[in-house]
Design a protein around this ligand. Structure first.
Ligand SMILES: [Zn+2]
Length: 223
């Protein structure tokens, strides 16, 4: 596949609870480019009978197996080739391995690699402070507390910590996140491509920082 220059070839990295998916969606809407989330893409391809990778991917997912690098790579290339990617795209959840990074270098000209950075302690606080009731109303002990401790403001039901949100599970997710991503982030950092955005602020603040970086950079390029 020939590499052509698109203005917005963007990768967005961020740990769990960094709001990465939300930011990707906002950027996609703002610049009218697709938000390519590998998780969504896998489900989409799996469900698309006309896709040449559908069967293979369905077999792996249904058997609880990992989808190998080359298959994920192929899926991403297919997606990037589509017409709606002419101005660029936002990758979310890809690349996740060094092999995927290498492959992506061959098929694209990535312009921006953003990392929404948040300290681990802050992520643990964000996730393990979440509370929910059996009706699915969500609260946070610090950021959106209920009026009565342990009871939902909306339905009065008891609040609990979801299994995935308990501190030990969050720490394990963070360990895996760092194990997978630290080498990749180092790579982009050494290439002077990594742009770090402070994730310890509201959604709007993070978004403003991303936009400001992009606008400033486009201005520089137009001179
Ligand atoms: Zn409730």
């Amino acid at each position: 596949m020939a590499k052509d220059n698109k203005p917005f070839e963007i990768i967005l990295f961020g740990p769990p609870a960094s709001g990465k998916g939300t930011q990707a969606k906002l950027l996609a809407e703002t610049f009218d480019i697709p938000h390519i989330s590998t998780g969504h893409l896998l489900r989409e391809v799996k469900a698309d009978a006309n896709n040449h990778l559908a069967k293979e991917i369905a077999n792996l997912i249904d058997n609880g197996q990992l989808v190998a690098d080359d298959l994920v790579n192929q899926m991403v290339v297919d997606r990037i080739k589509k017409n709606d990617c002419q101005a660029g795209f936002i990758l979310d959840g890809y690349p996740r391995t060094e092999e995927q990074v290498e492959f992506l270098e061959k098929i694209s000209n990535i312009d921006y690699v953003f990392l929404i950075e948040i300290k681990d302690e802050m992520i643990i606080e964000r996730i393990s402070g979440r509370r929910t009731c059996k009706n699915g109303h969500s609260w946070h002990i610090k950021y959106s507390p209920t009026k009565k401790d342990g009871l939902c403001d909306i339905c009065g039901e008891e609040l609990y910590v979801r299994d995935d949100d308990n501190e030990e599970k969050v720490k394990e997710r963070l360990r895996i996140y760092h194990q997978n991503h630290d080498p990749i982030l180092n790579y982009y950092n050494q290439k002077e491509k990594l742009i770090i955005v402070n994730g310890d602020q509201h959604i709007e603040g993070v978004f403003q920082d991303l936009i400001k970086y992009l606008v400033d950079d486009l201005r520089r390029k137009m001179r």
